[in-house]
Design a protein around this ligand. Structure first.
Ligand code: NAP
Length: 267
Protein backbone atom coordinates (compact mmCIF):
# COMPACT_ATOMS: atom_id res chain seq x y z
CA UNK A 1 0.00 0.00 0.00
CA UNK A 2 1.35 3.44 -0.88
CA UNK A 3 0.84 5.54 2.24
CA UNK A 4 1.31 8.77 0.30
CA UNK A 5 3.78 10.16 2.84
CA UNK A 6 6.59 11.02 0.45
CA UNK A 7 7.47 14.71 0.76
CA UNK A 8 5.39 15.17 3.90
CA UNK A 9 6.87 16.63 7.07
CA UNK A 10 6.29 15.05 10.48
CA UNK A 11 7.12 16.20 14.00
CA UNK A 12 7.43 13.42 16.58
CA UNK A 13 7.73 14.33 20.27
CA UNK A 14 9.44 12.17 22.90
CA UNK A 15 11.42 10.30 20.28
CA UNK A 16 14.94 9.58 21.54
CA UNK A 17 13.87 6.00 22.31
CA UNK A 18 10.92 3.65 22.61
CA UNK A 19 7.61 4.24 20.88
CA UNK A 20 8.36 7.79 19.73
CA UNK A 21 11.60 6.75 18.13
CA UNK A 22 9.96 3.78 16.40
CA UNK A 23 7.22 6.07 15.04
CA UNK A 24 9.81 8.59 13.79
CA UNK A 25 11.76 5.81 12.08
CA UNK A 26 8.66 4.39 10.41
CA UNK A 27 7.60 7.82 9.12
CA UNK A 28 11.11 8.47 7.77
CA UNK A 29 11.04 5.03 6.14
CA UNK A 30 7.79 6.00 4.42
CA UNK A 31 9.40 9.12 2.97
CA UNK A 32 8.57 11.84 5.50
CA UNK A 33 11.00 14.51 6.50
CA UNK A 34 11.04 14.02 10.27
CA UNK A 35 11.75 16.43 13.12
CA UNK A 36 12.03 14.59 16.41
CA UNK A 37 12.56 15.88 19.92
CA UNK A 38 13.48 14.90 23.45
CA UNK A 39 14.95 16.64 26.49
CA UNK A 40 18.49 15.41 25.94
CA UNK A 41 20.71 16.61 23.11
CA UNK A 42 23.00 13.56 23.11
CA UNK A 43 20.15 11.03 23.08
CA UNK A 44 18.05 12.77 20.42
CA UNK A 45 21.04 13.36 18.14
CA UNK A 46 22.02 9.70 18.43
CA UNK A 47 18.47 8.61 17.58
CA UNK A 48 18.29 10.99 14.61
CA UNK A 49 21.66 9.82 13.27
CA UNK A 50 20.59 6.17 13.49
CA UNK A 51 17.24 6.83 11.79
CA UNK A 52 18.92 8.84 9.04
CA UNK A 53 21.43 6.04 8.43
CA UNK A 54 18.68 3.40 8.40
CA UNK A 55 16.22 5.18 6.14
CA UNK A 56 18.30 7.69 4.16
CA UNK A 57 15.61 10.21 5.14
CA UNK A 58 15.91 13.83 6.22
CA UNK A 59 15.89 13.86 10.02
CA UNK A 60 16.13 16.87 12.32
CA UNK A 61 16.96 16.34 16.02
CA UNK A 62 15.58 19.00 18.37
CA UNK A 63 16.01 19.50 22.10
CA UNK A 64 12.61 20.23 23.61
CA UNK A 65 11.00 19.45 26.95
CA UNK A 66 7.32 19.12 26.08
CA UNK A 67 6.27 20.39 29.51
CA UNK A 68 7.65 23.81 28.47
CA UNK A 69 5.45 25.74 26.03
CA UNK A 70 8.23 28.08 24.94
CA UNK A 71 10.47 25.16 24.03
CA UNK A 72 7.60 23.61 22.07
CA UNK A 73 7.00 26.81 20.10
CA UNK A 74 10.72 27.07 19.33
CA UNK A 75 10.89 23.43 18.21
CA UNK A 76 7.93 23.81 15.85
CA UNK A 77 9.45 27.05 14.47
CA UNK A 78 12.76 25.24 13.90
CA UNK A 79 10.91 22.48 12.04
CA UNK A 80 9.26 25.01 9.74
CA UNK A 81 12.58 26.84 9.23
CA UNK A 82 14.28 23.58 8.25
CA UNK A 83 11.56 21.88 6.20
CA UNK A 84 9.10 24.65 5.25
CA UNK A 85 5.88 22.83 6.18
CA UNK A 86 4.22 20.42 8.61
CA UNK A 87 1.68 17.69 7.83
CA UNK A 88 1.88 15.25 10.72
CA UNK A 89 2.14 15.85 14.46
CA UNK A 90 2.74 12.92 16.82
CA UNK A 91 2.33 13.93 20.47
CA UNK A 92 4.22 11.80 22.98
CA UNK A 93 6.26 12.01 26.20
CA UNK A 94 7.47 9.73 28.96
CA UNK A 95 4.99 8.00 31.25
CA UNK A 96 4.27 9.17 34.81
CA UNK A 97 5.43 7.16 37.85
CA UNK A 98 3.38 4.18 38.97
CA UNK A 99 1.25 4.07 42.12
CA UNK A 100 -2.30 3.37 43.28
CA UNK A 101 -4.79 6.26 43.48
CA UNK A 102 -4.41 6.93 47.22
CA UNK A 103 -0.61 6.49 47.31
CA UNK A 104 -0.15 9.68 45.31
CA UNK A 105 -0.63 13.29 46.30
CA UNK A 106 -2.11 16.20 44.30
CA UNK A 107 1.35 17.37 43.18
CA UNK A 108 1.92 13.99 41.51
CA UNK A 109 -1.37 14.33 39.63
CA UNK A 110 -0.48 17.88 38.58
CA UNK A 111 2.88 16.71 37.23
CA UNK A 112 1.25 13.86 35.31
CA UNK A 113 -1.32 16.19 33.78
CA UNK A 114 1.49 18.57 32.76
CA UNK A 115 3.55 15.73 31.27
CA UNK A 116 0.84 13.90 29.34
CA UNK A 117 -2.18 16.20 28.90
CA UNK A 118 -0.89 19.78 28.87
CA UNK A 119 2.06 18.84 26.66
CA UNK A 120 -0.38 17.39 24.13
CA UNK A 121 -2.48 20.55 24.13
CA UNK A 122 0.59 22.80 23.83
CA UNK A 123 2.03 20.75 20.96
CA UNK A 124 -1.27 20.90 19.08
CA UNK A 125 -1.59 24.66 19.69
CA UNK A 126 1.88 25.28 18.27
CA UNK A 127 1.43 22.96 15.29
CA UNK A 128 -2.13 23.81 14.28
CA UNK A 129 -1.44 26.95 12.22
CA UNK A 130 0.97 24.91 10.06
CA UNK A 131 -1.36 21.91 9.89
CA UNK A 132 -4.16 24.22 8.73
CA UNK A 133 -1.89 25.47 5.95
CA UNK A 134 -1.04 21.91 4.94
CA UNK A 135 -4.71 20.87 4.94
CA UNK A 136 -5.63 23.87 2.78
CA UNK A 137 -2.72 23.36 0.36
CA UNK A 138 -2.49 19.63 -0.13
CA UNK A 139 -5.28 18.09 1.90
CA UNK A 140 -2.97 16.20 4.26
CA UNK A 141 -2.89 17.14 7.94
CA UNK A 142 -2.86 14.66 10.79
CA UNK A 143 -2.56 14.69 14.57
CA UNK A 144 -1.79 11.41 16.29
CA UNK A 145 -1.65 11.30 20.08
CA UNK A 146 0.12 8.52 21.96
CA UNK A 147 -1.86 7.55 25.06
CA UNK A 148 -2.17 4.07 26.65
CA UNK A 149 -4.44 1.08 27.08
CA UNK A 150 -4.93 2.54 30.55
CA UNK A 151 -7.19 5.15 28.93
CA UNK A 152 -9.69 2.43 27.93
CA UNK A 153 -9.19 0.06 30.82
CA UNK A 154 -7.44 1.64 33.82
CA UNK A 155 -4.50 -0.25 35.34
CA UNK A 156 -4.86 -0.18 39.17
CA UNK A 157 -1.16 0.56 39.83
CA UNK A 158 -0.99 3.35 37.23
CA UNK A 159 -3.43 5.90 38.67
CA UNK A 160 -1.51 8.88 37.26
CA UNK A 161 -1.51 7.44 33.76
CA UNK A 162 -5.19 6.41 34.02
CA UNK A 163 -6.12 9.97 34.98
CA UNK A 164 -3.98 12.00 32.57
CA UNK A 165 -4.68 9.76 29.52
CA UNK A 166 -8.44 10.05 30.01
CA UNK A 167 -7.96 13.81 29.65
CA UNK A 168 -6.03 13.33 26.40
CA UNK A 169 -8.80 11.11 25.01
CA UNK A 170 -11.39 13.80 25.83
CA UNK A 171 -9.23 16.50 24.28
CA UNK A 172 -8.64 14.43 21.13
CA UNK A 173 -12.35 13.91 20.64
CA UNK A 174 -13.05 17.64 21.16
CA UNK A 175 -10.23 18.72 18.85
CA UNK A 176 -11.32 16.30 16.11
CA UNK A 177 -14.74 18.02 16.00
CA UNK A 178 -13.18 21.45 16.01
CA UNK A 179 -10.57 21.00 13.27
CA UNK A 180 -12.44 18.46 11.14
CA UNK A 181 -14.00 21.14 8.91
CA UNK A 182 -10.46 22.37 8.13
CA UNK A 183 -9.56 18.85 6.95
CA UNK A 184 -7.33 17.92 9.89
CA UNK A 185 -7.73 14.46 11.42
CA UNK A 186 -7.10 13.71 15.10
CA UNK A 187 -6.70 10.17 16.42
CA UNK A 188 -5.14 8.44 19.40
CA UNK A 189 -3.07 5.26 19.55
CA UNK A 190 -3.23 3.25 22.79
CA UNK A 191 -0.21 1.01 23.23
CA UNK A 192 -0.42 -2.06 25.42
CA UNK A 193 2.67 -3.61 27.00
CA UNK A 194 5.41 -2.88 24.47
CA UNK A 195 9.13 -3.60 24.86
CA UNK A 196 10.73 -0.20 25.67
CA UNK A 197 12.65 1.45 28.52
CA UNK A 198 9.33 2.48 30.06
CA UNK A 199 8.32 -1.18 30.29
CA UNK A 200 11.72 -2.03 31.82
CA UNK A 201 11.13 0.63 34.49
CA UNK A 202 7.60 -0.64 35.23
CA UNK A 203 8.87 -4.23 35.46
CA UNK A 204 11.57 -3.22 37.97
CA UNK A 205 8.97 -1.38 40.02
CA UNK A 206 6.70 -4.45 40.18
CA UNK A 207 9.67 -6.71 41.01
CA UNK A 208 10.51 -4.42 43.95
CA UNK A 209 6.91 -4.22 45.17
CA UNK A 210 5.98 -7.88 44.84
CA UNK A 211 9.21 -9.89 44.82
CA UNK A 212 8.18 -11.45 41.50
CA UNK A 213 10.88 -12.38 38.98
CA UNK A 214 11.08 -10.60 35.59
CA UNK A 215 9.73 -13.72 33.88
CA UNK A 216 6.73 -13.79 36.22
CA UNK A 217 6.04 -10.08 35.69
CA UNK A 218 6.14 -10.44 31.90
CA UNK A 219 4.05 -13.60 31.98
CA UNK A 220 1.45 -11.72 34.04
CA UNK A 221 1.27 -9.00 31.39
CA UNK A 222 1.29 -11.36 28.43
CA UNK A 223 -1.42 -13.68 29.63
CA UNK A 224 -3.92 -10.79 29.82
CA UNK A 225 -3.59 -10.45 26.04
CA UNK A 226 -5.43 -12.37 23.34
CA UNK A 227 -1.95 -12.59 21.74
CA UNK A 228 0.00 -13.78 24.78
CA UNK A 229 3.24 -11.82 24.33
CA UNK A 230 4.77 -8.36 24.79
CA UNK A 231 4.49 -6.06 21.76
CA UNK A 232 7.35 -4.58 19.75
CA UNK A 233 7.74 -0.83 19.08
CA UNK A 234 7.60 -1.43 15.30
CA UNK A 235 4.14 -2.96 15.67
CA UNK A 236 2.97 0.23 17.36
CA UNK A 237 4.75 2.44 14.79
CA UNK A 238 2.93 0.77 11.89
CA UNK A 239 -0.39 2.07 13.26
CA UNK A 240 1.02 5.59 13.62
CA UNK A 241 2.27 5.54 10.02
CA UNK A 242 -1.10 4.37 8.72
CA UNK A 243 -2.99 7.08 10.65
CA UNK A 244 -0.48 9.64 9.36
CA UNK A 245 -0.99 8.49 5.80
CA UNK A 246 -3.02 9.85 2.93
CA UNK A 247 -5.03 6.60 3.11
CA UNK A 248 -6.43 7.49 6.54
CA UNK A 249 -8.21 10.65 5.38
CA UNK A 250 -11.70 9.62 6.57
CA UNK A 251 -10.63 8.44 10.03
CA UNK A 252 -10.87 10.94 12.87
CA UNK A 253 -11.84 11.15 16.54
CA UNK A 254 -11.02 7.46 16.95
CA UNK A 255 -8.93 5.56 19.51
CA UNK A 256 -6.82 2.62 18.31
CA UNK A 257 -5.44 0.09 20.80
CA UNK A 258 -2.24 -1.69 19.71
CA UNK A 259 -2.30 -4.02 22.66
CA UNK A 260 -2.34 -7.65 21.50
CA UNK A 261 -6.00 -7.85 22.48
CA UNK A 262 -5.58 -6.75 26.09
CA UNK A 263 -8.69 -4.52 26.07
CA UNK A 264 -11.73 -6.73 26.53
CA UNK A 265 -14.41 -4.25 25.45
CA UNK A 266 -16.73 -5.25 22.61
CA UNK A 267 -16.20 -1.81 21.01
N1 NAP B 1 5.92 0.88 26.45
C1 NAP B 1 4.74 0.55 26.90
O1 NAP B 1 4.47 -0.62 27.19
C2 NAP B 1 3.66 1.61 27.03
C3 NAP B 1 2.34 1.17 27.25
C4 NAP B 1 1.34 2.12 27.39
C5 NAP B 1 1.64 3.47 27.31
N2 NAP B 1 2.93 3.85 27.09
C6 NAP B 1 3.19 5.30 27.04
O2 NAP B 1 3.68 5.68 25.77
C7 NAP B 1 4.60 6.76 25.92
C8 NAP B 1 5.95 6.37 25.31
O3 NAP B 1 6.34 5.19 25.97
P1 NAP B 1 7.79 4.53 25.81
O4 NAP B 1 7.61 3.15 26.30
O5 NAP B 1 8.35 4.80 24.49
O6 NAP B 1 8.59 5.38 26.92
P2 NAP B 1 10.18 5.55 27.09
O7 NAP B 1 10.89 4.35 26.60
O8 NAP B 1 10.34 5.95 28.52
O9 NAP B 1 10.53 6.78 26.14
C9 NAP B 1 10.01 8.05 26.43
C10 NAP B 1 10.54 9.07 25.44
O10 NAP B 1 9.99 10.34 25.75
C11 NAP B 1 11.05 11.28 25.95
N3 NAP B 1 10.59 12.21 26.98
C12 NAP B 1 10.27 11.94 28.26
N4 NAP B 1 9.86 13.05 28.88
C13 NAP B 1 9.92 14.06 27.95
C14 NAP B 1 9.65 15.43 27.99
N5 NAP B 1 9.21 16.04 29.11
N6 NAP B 1 9.83 16.16 26.87
C15 NAP B 1 10.28 15.57 25.74
N7 NAP B 1 10.56 14.28 25.63
C16 NAP B 1 10.39 13.52 26.75
C17 NAP B 1 12.26 10.44 26.34
O11 NAP B 1 13.45 11.07 25.92
P3 NAP B 1 14.49 11.89 26.86
O12 NAP B 1 14.63 11.12 28.13
O13 NAP B 1 15.73 11.88 25.99
O14 NAP B 1 13.86 13.24 27.05
C18 NAP B 1 12.04 9.20 25.48
O15 NAP B 1 12.52 9.44 24.18
C19 NAP B 1 4.71 7.03 27.42
O16 NAP B 1 3.84 8.07 27.77
C20 NAP B 1 4.27 5.72 28.03
O17 NAP B 1 3.77 5.84 29.34
C21 NAP B 1 3.95 2.96 26.95
Amino acid sequence: MDLGLTDCTAFVAGASKGLGRAAARELAQEGCRVALCSRDEGRITKAATAIEADTEGEVLPLVCDVTDEEQINTAIDETIDAFGDLHVLVTNAGGPPSGAATELDPADYRDAVELNLMSTIALCDAALPHLRTAAAEDDHARIIMVTSVSAKQPIPTLALSNTARAGVQGYAKSLAEDVGPAGITVNTVLPGYTRTQRLEDLAEDIEDRTGQSRAEVEAGWSEENALPRIGEPDEFAAMVAFLASARAGYITGAAFPVDGGRSKHVL
